[in-house]
Design a protein around this ligand. Structure first.
Ligand code: AHR
Length: 495
């Protein structure tokens, strides 16, 4: 058993873990919106205003703070005016980017805001720079947020919504270095400045404007955007996926052995370096950290499941994905001063999803359970810690075996721990300073005996949180914890 020692200074808070770090992303892609969320008011599937009830209830349990929509690459082909007004008259378009299927525009602006209301989630809308116009974007903001007499406000009222919605988070394009127009950083920086100028703040609705940011390690993009447009933005996005294999030759979600497990753990940890290096550039232009880094696409990207449309990006989700989520959250907590929002890709049926559906059936994934277990960290104070972790080694390479993060909220301390080693327990000695030695401790763990463990419609509970009691409290209050191999654990200490 590997030994790790952790010191948590429960009385030294470093800052707040923004709840928006636990954000989600739903794109018009595959079966995310249609079937996954939207079935329509006339469907036999139980629904509230067209949104399926089972998925809604499960998602509500995650306390999702913010939801990004309508894309992704789809955002830069989306023309919002096609998605408002009576549904039967809405334009049918081809979703050229994702599978070439017909998009009937039945889920549009009004439906999205309704979904957010039902989820009690902040909307984050991404506008079209790639194939749209300044006027189209400007009018969308007017339609959603203007309270008074104007052409767009009047149209919104005719479409059944008297009062404007509140909209804070607004993205000015998506991946404009790629599917959002194949622009150079220098060109997009100017386009960003122009488009955001006409995305107005109406009344007391103040937009938090997010510029399309770099792809992975494109530090030049960050440099140019911050230099040329930094003062016009509130956030800069970053996209990075954890890919098994290579971009050209991806591997399947469940088809891996230990080398595939190790590869994905190691690639997850790369997020730390990316954030550190992009933040360093941002610090140069914005030492006060006014501009947030918004990691609005992250998660695993595997080869689509056999027999499914490759353009739908449908993949299974295993215990390996759960570890990926846990490691990412710990990295985001660490960078809480700069990273104020992240949005996993995606919420239902696409990439590293929370939920998979098949017709009326629904299953929660291991990733769902990590989001649920970690929601205690939302808006909590991140605590100072030191971690001395042993290594998990494979084929001459290594990663730290144990990853830890601690936070405090409402008189409770929460410590999450990931043991990434698939075959060895980790003994962790947890020195808890600044907290009473007699506080009550409880825990939950997500684990399995097999790396590829996952949930199916037939066996939905293969991977789900279990009570965790594998710890002992010493006299000084220190905790001696034994983490199972390949596990995600959350401990709660009260008092
Ligand atoms: O999440 C899937 C796609 O990945 C998004 O549409 C795009 O922004 C990214 O390349």
């Amino acid at each position: 058993m590997t030994k790790a020692s952790v010191v948590v200074n429960a009385d030294v808070a470093l800052g707040t873990i923004d709840r928006n770090i636990y954000g989600q992303f739903a794109e018009h892609l595959g079966r995310c919106i249609y079937e996954g969320l939207w079935v329509g008011e006339d469907a036999e599937t139980p629904n509230i205003d067209g949104i399926r009830k089972d998925v809604l209830e499960a998602l509500k349990n995650l306390s999702i703070p913010v939801l990004r929509w309508p894309g992704g690459c789809f955002a830069d082909e989306y023309h919002w005016k096609d998605g408002v007004g009576p549904r039967e008259g809405r334009k049918r378009m081809v979703n050229t980017h994702w599978g070439g299927v017909v998009e009937n525009n039945h889920f549009g602006t009004h439906e999205f805001f309704r979904l957010c209301e039902l989820l009690e989630t902040e909307p984050y809308i991404c506008g079209n720079v790639g194939s749209g116009s300044v006027r189209e974007m400007s009018e969308w903001v007017e339609y959603m947020t203007f309270d008074g007499e104007s052409p767009m406000a009047k149209w919104r009222q005719e479409n059944g919504r008297e009062k404007p919605w509140k909209l804070k988070y607004f993205g000015v394009g998506n991946e404009n270095w790629g599917c959002g127009g194949n622009m150079r950083a220098e060109y997009y920086a100017d386009e960003y400045r122009r488009y955001q100028t006409y995305s107005r703040n109406y009344g007391d609705n103040k937009l938090f404007k997010i510029a399309g940011g770099p792809n992975v390690d494109d530090y030049h993009w960050t440099e140019v955007l911050m230099r040329e447009a930094g003062r016009h933005m509130d956030g800069l996005s970053l996209h990075n996926y954890t890919i098994a294999g290579s971009w050209e030759e991806k591997k399947q979600a469940l088809d891996f052995e230990e080398d595939g497990w190790f590869e994905v753990m190691k690639k997850s940890l790369h997020m730390d370096e990316l954030i550190t290096r992009h933040s360093t550039i941002m610090d140069k232009y914005d030492p006060e950290k006014r501009v947030s880094l918004i990691v609005d696409e992250w998660g695993t990207w595997f080869l689509h499941e056999p027999g499914t449309n490759p353009g739908f990006l449908y993949q299974q989700n295993s215990l390996r994905d759960a570890l990926v989520a846990g490691l990412h959250f710990h990295i985001f907590h660490k960078h809480h001063e700069r990273v104020k929002m992240t949005n996993i890709a995606q919420m239902v049926n696409v990439l590293q999803a929370m939920i998979l559906t098949e017709g009326d059936k629904m299953v929660l994934t291991p990733t769902y359970h990590v989001f649920e277990m970690f929601k205690v960290h939302q808006d909590a104070e991140v605590l100072q810690m030191s971690v001395d972790s042993g290594d998990y080694e494979l084929n001459g390479d290594s990663v730290p075996q144990v990853s830890v993060s601690a936070s405090r909220k409402n008189g409770e301390v929460h410590i999450s721990l990931c043991n990434v080693n698939p075959s060895a327990e980790a003994g962790v000695s947890l020195d808890l300073r600044g907290i009473g030695a007699d506080g009550q401790v409880s825990g939950r763990v997500l684990t399995s005996d097999v790396m590829q463990a996952h949930n199916t419609f037939e066996q939905p509970d293969t991977v789900k949180p279990q009570p965790f009691e594998n710890f002992e409290r010493g006299e000084s209050g220190a905790l001696s914890v034994t983490l199972p191999p390949m596990s995600v654990t959350v401990l709660t200490i009260r008092g």
